[in-house]
Structures are given as structure tokens and as C-alpha cells.
Design a protein around this ligand. Structure first.
Ligand code: UDP
Ligand code: MG
Length: 318
């Protein structure tokens, strides 16, 4: 039997773009006669007509499958739900908004045939994105690179990628609640290959990620992936203590030699405020980790499904 390709598409309020996406992806599927292909839409609790459109696509096209989540869980979990329901020998994940050109899948498949388990798309340009987004994204990758130690997260790489069966199976064994997918992809390992491309502007609709969400995403990335901030606290604390000790010695010596009139109120205030600030900041950092531990200890399932439609391709080899 021909190998099965599963294309996972998380969709949240994507009514504007789904039809276009489907026709572009179908055209691509038609160029892959050596494979059975399916696209699995994961409706991540959309509040617009997304589900209606997906239902319609399921009726018209046997290569379409759908997982309808019980509410909005966020893209990371939506992707996981898609992976859970994908039976493909290779699984591809792609955004619904056509910012990632589906045509790249040809290259993905070629490298997969060459023996790579993970083939990911690396952006060389980001058209249609503000300079602020570009700058913040670049800063984020720099920080991640510095703090992430052994596991290297590739720069300028989104979620758009192909994964072999064994790397998907490995990924699915990681069931943590705080799913920073770029980190999880990298952590799993396996031979990987980058394909460079130009990121297009959205075909239609609006981005679902505002700056507050992106900030939280970055925070999630760092805290779910590394304890570097806790280590910084340790060393900063140590450094402050050593400096304070030195300063203490200096003051004692000074007083013994020259005596001391009552002075130094501003110094005192500055020191107290500075140390108070540093302490509060790192209590906050501790809180971030504590909150995540709290979330994980509940051991809840990642998502609930309210409807599932399997594609014919995955069901009976059609
Ligand atoms: N998405 C999702 N759940 C969410 C937010 C986004 O499934 O809560 C999907 C969205 O439908 C799209 C993909 O994730 O297919 C990327 O979203 P978007 O294009 O808004 O992000 P950007 O490209 O601006 O980073
Ligand atoms: Mg997008």
C-alpha cells in the first residue's frame, strides 16, 4: 500500500481562508500520486463559521478529516490533538492561513525520503509583519539560544514541518500541559533538516497572536524549557552577598581608622530599594515555575474532543 501523509491544520476562527487553503492543498495532493494524503483540520473552539466550512469540506472531499475540540485550547494543544489523530507515515503540520507555502511539502518529502526524520521550514523573510514583531522575534530566539543549553532550538523556525512516524510517536509521549512545541520538537531530537523559504503574508483573516500573547508565549518557552532564570537568581544573590560583605569590611575598616559621622542615608535607601526590587522580581520568577508545577500536578487530559471525522484515506487506504 502507498504511504500515508497526514497534514495537520490547526484552525481558530479561520472562516475567511479555509476554502482557499483546501483548494491549494488539494491541488498539491493531486501532484503526489505516490502517496495517500489526508488533511486533518483541528477546530480549536472557533466562534465563527469554521466548523460549518470544515463539515462541508468533509462531505465534499474524502481526503478531509476533522477533530473538533470542546473549546479553544490554543495552537500548541490543537496541534497535539492533530498529531494524536494522524495515522500518517509522515505527519506535516501547517497553519491554515497559507503563510507557509504548501508547495514546500515536495521538498519536505524529498528530504524525508533521504532519511531525515524531521524536515522543518526556516524563514528567510517575513513579509507582511511589522518591524516590531521581527525585532521581538529575533530577540526571543537570541535569548532562547543563550539559555537552552544542550537542546538547540533552530532560529526563525515555526511549527511548519514534516515529521516521520517514529518522531511523532516520540513527541506524543511528552504529555506535559505546558507545551512549548518548538522546545518539544527540539527536545525529541532525531536527524533534522532545514528547508529555507520566504514567509508570505496571511492570505486572509487576522493574526490570532497579539503582543501580550506573544510575551506569554516567550515566557512559556523559557520557563517550560530551562531553569536558567532560577540559576541567574542564585548567582545574582551570591554576587550581591559578596559585594555586600566587601562593602561591610570596607565600612568597618573606614570607621576604625577615620571614625564615622551619621551620613549615608541616600546610599541606604538605594540599597534597600534595589535589593527589595531584585527579591520581588525573583519571587515572581519562582512563582512562574510554581504555577507551572501546580498546573502539571493536576494531570488533566490535554483537551477534549466533541466531534471526530476520519478521512477515507486513513480509514481504508482509499
Ligand atoms: N490557532 C489555533 N488556536 C489558537 C490560535 C491560533 O489553532 O488559539 C491557529 C490558527 O488558526 C493558524 C495558526 O494557529 O492556523 C497560526 O495562527 P496565526 O496565523 O494567527 O499566527 P501567526 O502566523 O500570526 O503567528
Ligand atoms: Mg499566521
Amino acid at each position: 500500500m502507498k504511504p500515508l501523509l497526514s497534514v495537520v491544520v490547526p484552525a481558530y476562527n479561520e472562516e475567511a481562508v479555509l476554502e482557499v487553503f483546501h483548494s491549494r492543498m488539494s491541488a498539491l495532493f493531486d501532484e503526489l500520486p505516490d502517496y495517500r494524503c489526508e488533511m486533518i483540520f483541528v477546530n480549536d473552539g472557533s466562534r465563527d463559521r469554521t466548523q460549518t466550512i470544515i463539515d462541508d469540506l468533509c462531505r465534499r472531499d474524502v481526503r478531509v478529516a476533522c477533530v473538533n475540540l470542546s473549546r479553544n485550547f490554543g495552537k500548541e494543544i490543537a496541534m497535539t490533538a492533530g498529531f494524536d489523530h494522524a495515522n500518517g507515515d509522515a505527519v506535516i503540520v501547517i497553519d491554515a492561513d497559507l503563510q507557509d507555502p504548501p508547495e514546500l511539502i515536495h521538498d519536505f518529502i524529498r528530504e524525508w525520503k533521504n532519511g531525515y526524520d524531521v524536515v522543518y521550514a526556516k524563514r528567510t523573510h517575513r513579509d507582511g509583519e511589522t518591524w516590531l514583531k521581527k525585532v521581538t522575534a529575533s530577540a526571543f530566539y537570541k535569548v532562547m539560544d543563550k539559555v537552552s543549553g544542550k537542546v538547540k532550538i533552530p532560529r526563525d523556525t515555526g511549527d511548519y514541518r514534516l515529521m516521520s512516524r517514529r518522531s511523532v510517536d516520540a513527541l506524543l509521549q511528552l504529555r506535559e500541559q505546558h507545551r512549548f512545541m518548538k522546545g518539544l520538537f527540539a527536545w525529541v531530537g532525531f536527524p533534522s533538516k532545514a528547508i529555507e523559504y520566504r514567509r508570505d503574508p496571511r492570505a486572509a483573516g487576522e493574526t490570532k497572536f497579539n503582543y501580550w500573547k506573544l510575551w506569554n508565549f516567550a515566557l512559556e518557552g523559557i520557563t517550560s524549557f530551562t531553569i536558567a532564570p532560577l540559576k541567574i537568581a542564585t548567582y545574582l544573590g551570591l554576587l550581591t552577598a559578596v559585594l555586600a560583605f566587601g562593602n561591610g569590611l570596607w565600612i568597618i575598616g573606614k570607621t576604625l581608622i577615620w571614625g564615622e559621622a551619621v551620613r549615608g542615608y541616600p546610599t541606604l535607601l538605594v540599597t534597600v530599594l534595589f535589593l527589595g526590587g531584585v527579591q520581588l522580581f525573583f519571587i515572581g520568577v519562582l512563582g512562574e515555575y510554581l504555577g507551572r508545577i501546580f498546573g502539571e500536578t493536576k494531570q488533566r487530559p490535554l483537551y477534549f474532543v466533541q466531534g471526530y471525522h476520519q478521512s477515507a484515506a486513513s480509514r481504508d487506504g482509499g
